[in-house]
Design a protein around this ligand. Structure first.
Ligand SMILES: NC(=O)c1ccc[n+]([C@@H]2O[C@H](COP(=O)([O-])OP(=O)(O)OC[C@H]3O[C@@H](n4cnc5c(N)ncnc54)[C@H](OP(=O)(O)O)[C@@H]3O)[C@@H](O)[C@H]2O)c1
Length: 331
């Protein structure tokens, strides 16, 4: 009788993930309940999101419990006929870092192992490929002639994202770690350029690779690549915060608010300038005047007398020594 083999979360990492975080355990084969299918996993997907699940923090999914099987998706084969599936069929949906799992039939989907190697359903045809597709077309809406930039460009998501942007007719620029990856991104994947984030001159190289700035940035890592692309963003550029794998293990965490939250809580960051909304001036004046007239809007001014005191008042305002709207009465 075969045994199951499992990888458990043995300890939560502090910063980088060490070997002490995992433990190997032999276990009996899972007993499929009614409506469940026993699957022998053949390929396990390892993805950056798993790092987040190792921390005891609230996210869009609960953390892996200490002592529990590490979370992950696999493709595999059905062990015995059950719930409409036939033994030997290839399926996507096995759960956990283990050799076998019993999965509700509704959580499994058949894959065509003739059309593509089974492992492709974990990558290019699976979750990462779909992520690239959604990010490029739905979130960023990349257009022909734009400059598109993606970090972790040779990785599961990035390699697809850049090729999709290229197919749309954009200039595709990647950021990757090391000369070998960068060469692959340009020569094998067809990006227009790729810059090495391990090179101290990344910012300069990226600026040279994006002479017209960046219109659409697909952010996969945070850290140095995000810092390099930030000053190159054009007006009305879009940034898709897909992942922050470069920051999730950083210890100590980088200063400033954690951009990991942008992904985990699906925050939307959008800059605006009021003059992009010229019609709202008249609309607000009418509405606000009514509120003032009815005593429904409180307001306060900080009035300085005399133009000669304007510089002083201005400096005071910048230092927070104003109280209310700063104006200068000119007599
Ligand atoms: N939002 C979603 O639904 C969703 C779905 C899937 C994936 N993701 C996110 O997408 C990102 C890419 O995932 P993936 O599966 O395609 O992984 P991947 O790119 O195949 O592998 C991770 C890569 O991250 C890069 N990296 C790690 N630490 C870095 C650092 N400090 N600075 C710069 N780069 C660093 C490395 O590439 P280099 O050597 O090239 O730097 C590494 O190869 C991850 O952040 C992941 O969490 C999000």
């Amino acid at each position: 009788m075969p045994e199951n083999l499992q990888v458990l979360l043995a300890a939560r990492p502090k910063g980088a993930v060490g070997p002490e975080c995992f433990a190997l355990r032999e276990a009996p084969l899972p007993e499929p309940a009614h409506g469940e299918v026993l699957v022998r996993h053949r390929f396990l997907s390892l993805d950056p999101y798993m790092r987040g699940r190792m921390d005891d923090v609230r996210s869009y999914s609960p953390p892996v419990a200490l002592g529990a099987v590490m979370e992950g998706q696999s493709v595999g084969q059905v062990v015995a006929d059950a719930a409409g599936f036939r033994a030997g069929e290839w399926v996507l949906g096995g759960r956990g870092w283990q050799l076998y799992s019993a999965v509700p039939a509704a959580g499994l989907s058949r894959i065509d192992a003739e059309a593509a190697p089974p492992s492709a359903y974990l990558g290019v045809l699976g979750m990462p490929g779909t992520t690239a597709w959604v990010g490029v077309t739905k979130i960023l809406g990349v257009k022909p002639g734009e400059t598109f930039c993606v970090s972790a460009a040779s990785g599961a998501v990035g390699q697809v994202a850049g090729q999709l942007a290229k197919r749309i007719g954009a200039r595709a620029v990647g950021i990757a770690g090391g000369a070998g990856k960068c060469r692959h991104v340009v020569e094998a994947l067809g990006f227009d350029a790729c810059c090495d984030h391990r090179d101290a001159a990344l910012a300069q190289h990226l600026a040279e690779a994006c002479p017209d700035g960046v219109d659409a940035a697909f952010e996969n890592t945070g850290a140095a690549p995000l810092h390099a692309v930030w000053p190159l963003l054009n007006e009305f550029a879009r940034v898709a915060f897909c992942g922050m794998v470069g920051e999730t293990s950083a210890d100590p965490r980088p200063p400033g608010p954690s951009l990991v939250q942008v992904v985990r809580k699906r925050l939307r960051l959008e800059g605006f300038i009021v003059y992009d909304h010229p019609r709202e001036f008249a609309a607000w004046r009418k509405l606000g005047a009514g509120l003032l007239a009815r005593g429904e809007l409180a307001w306060r001014e900080d009035v300085t007398q005399g133009l000669e005191r304007a510089p002083e008042a201005f400096r005071a305002m910048l230092a927070g020594r104003n109280f209310g709207k700063t104006v200068v009465a000119l007599g």
